[in-house]
Design a protein around this ligand. Structure first.
Ligand SMILES: NC(=O)C1=CN([C@@H]2O[C@H](COP(=O)(O)OP(=O)(O)OC[C@H]3O[C@@H](n4cnc5c(N)ncnc54)[C@H](OP(=O)(O)O)[C@@H]3O)[C@@H](O)[C@H]2O)[C@@H](O)CC1
Ligand SMILES: Nc1ncnc2c1ncn2[C@@H]1O[C@H](COP(=O)(O)OP(=O)(O)OP(=O)(O)O)[C@@H](O)[C@H]1O
Length: 400
């Protein structure tokens, strides 16, 4: 048993190291790290395919100031708070997740657990009553607050927002980042409540990560986040298309990675938020600059990986704005705006690189059976390897 555990551990460590090497874009790898030391397993050799598929998306670099990988990783690393003996509970981040309904209880669970596994101290899930027992039953770690409207109650959308907001409002002031959308679903009353929470969070300057169904809200009402600098939108390709339609940005041809080449334009159309366009590579832009996360990840496309990413980014967002002073709104000091945008880009990049490294390790262990939940135990080793200079290699066989 112990031997088996040790074996798993050392095998995981190999994958973290592979992930670290592949986190360095191909063109720079030989200069920075020399040739790959370890042979790659047959099932994790997809990066060439991915990069070919991505030919269009990487052109995004030509459409804005391209930020360097090493600089982005250094910026992400600089956000990570040291673990110190005088720290108190909450100092390293309190993440809220607005999401979870009867259909989708897994998405907020993945996001919230990933946030705490990435290093935030506390995670709260604001969900519907139908989702709460499932989430709570799965993890005693999470603070589960069933304050979103009951989907079965058929309330009118506008009126329904008042009571949920009143219940959630006192908690918002304690949070350091908020994820909106994983598993939120499309019930109008739930959507209205979530929109009200976004407005309130924005008014308080709370960093937001908007994902999943939350992006549908933003596509329908772009003004919710337009001009808000402390916001990261994390669309997959269909969500990217809906956001583009929402702000009147034309996209060429059918859905595909080529759309990612328009990430900078989409971010510019929102005029504040950072956009993370997920796909074969992750393209990140604040509307001016572009960073492309090309690290190898998993070949599995099991559902929920975006939720793990949203939670991971939220942990970095907590560290980017520890006490969220200021408004994060438009106008004001240009230097402060620049600094906020850079911090948010670094948070997004840090989360994307982490998710890819942990996915690669989970894929190495589970192959075709890999699920989103298998990634979460690997956040530890991936994090240590990428951001703390040498990992435990842990994760194999651990629980979420
Ligand atoms: N366990 C849970 O609780 C989980 C809950 N989740 C939550 O569910 C909610 C709705 O999310 P969603 O995944 O159903 O909606 P969306 O992302 O619009 O996909 C719709 C369809 O678009 C397609 N498609 C997708 N990607 C594509 C691509 N790259 N390129 C091309 N096509 C692509 C694909 O359709 P297909 O092409 O296969 O017919 C896909 O089925 C949301 O709140 C989310 O957080 C999830 O997090 C999963 C785990
Ligand atoms: N074609 C791809 N090739 C390689 N990696 C990918 C590809 N598509 C997605 N990924 C990886 O998966 C991550 C999540 O992207 P995905 O498109 O699965 O999000 P999502 O659909 O929002 O997820 P969820 O199932 O949680 O809703 C990306 O950040 C990237 O690391």
């Amino acid at each position: 048993m112990l031997r088996a555990a040790g074996l798993l551990k050392s095998r995981s460590a190999v994958f973290y190291r592979q992930a670290l090497r592949s986190a360095i874009p191909c063109g720079r790898r030989s200069a920075a790290t020399g040739p790959r030391a370890a042979p790659r397993r047959a099932r994790s050799v997809g990066s060439g395919t991915a990069r070919r598929a991505l030919a269009g998306a990487s052109d995004a670099a030509a459409m804005g100031e391209r930020l360097d990988h090493a600089a982005m990783m250094a910026a992400a690393r600089a956000l990570v708070p040291p673990l110190t003996a005088d720290s108190h509970k909450g100092k390293n981040g309190k993440v809220g997740v607005v999401g979870g309904c009867r259909e989708y209880a897994g998405a907020p669970l993945f996001a919230a657990l990933s946030a705490v596994r990435a290093g935030a101290d506390l995670a709260h899930v604001f969900c519907t009553p139908g989702a709460a027992p499932v989430i709570k039953g799965y993890s005693p770690e999470l603070i589960v607050l069933p304050f979103l409207p009951d989907e079965s109650a058929q309330q009118g959308a506008p009126a329904a927002a008042d009571a949920p907001l009143a219940a959630i409002r006192p908690w918002l002031g304690r949070l350091t980042a908020l994820v909106v959308g994983p598993g939120l679903g499309d019930d109008p009353a739930v959507a209205a409540a979530a929109a009200a929470v976004v407005r309130e969070a924005r008014a308080a300057g709370l960093p937001l990560v908007v994902d999943g169904s939350g992006l549908n809200l933003v596509a329908q009402s772009p003004e919710l986040v337009r001009g808000y600098r402390r916001c990261i939108l994390t669309p997959n390709l269909p969500e990217f298309g809906r956001l583009a339609a929402g702000v009147g940005l034309p996209l060429p041809g059918p859905i595909g990675a080529g759309w990612q080449a328009h990430t900078r334009e989409l971010a510019a159309a929102f005029g504040g938020p950072v956009v993370v366009s997920k796909g074969p590579v992750d393209v990140i832009s604040d509307g001016r600059r572009v960073a492309v996360v090309e690290a190898e990840g998993s070949l599995r496309r099991a559902g929920g990986q975006g939720d793990v990413l949203a939670g991971s980014i939220a942990a970095f967002a907590c560290w980017a704005f520890p006490r969220h002073p200021g408004s994060g709104g438009g106008g004001g000091d240009a230097a402060a705006a620049e600094e906020e945008a850079a911090a948010l880009m670094a948070a997004a990049y840090g989360g994307c690189a982490l998710l890819r490294a942990a996915s690669l390790a989970a894929f190495g262990e589970r192959g075709r059976s890999m699920l989103a939940g298998d990634i979460i135990p690997h956040l530890q080793g991936a994090f240590e390897e990428l951001y703390e200079g040498g990992g435990s290699g842990g994760g194999g066989g651990a629980r979420m």
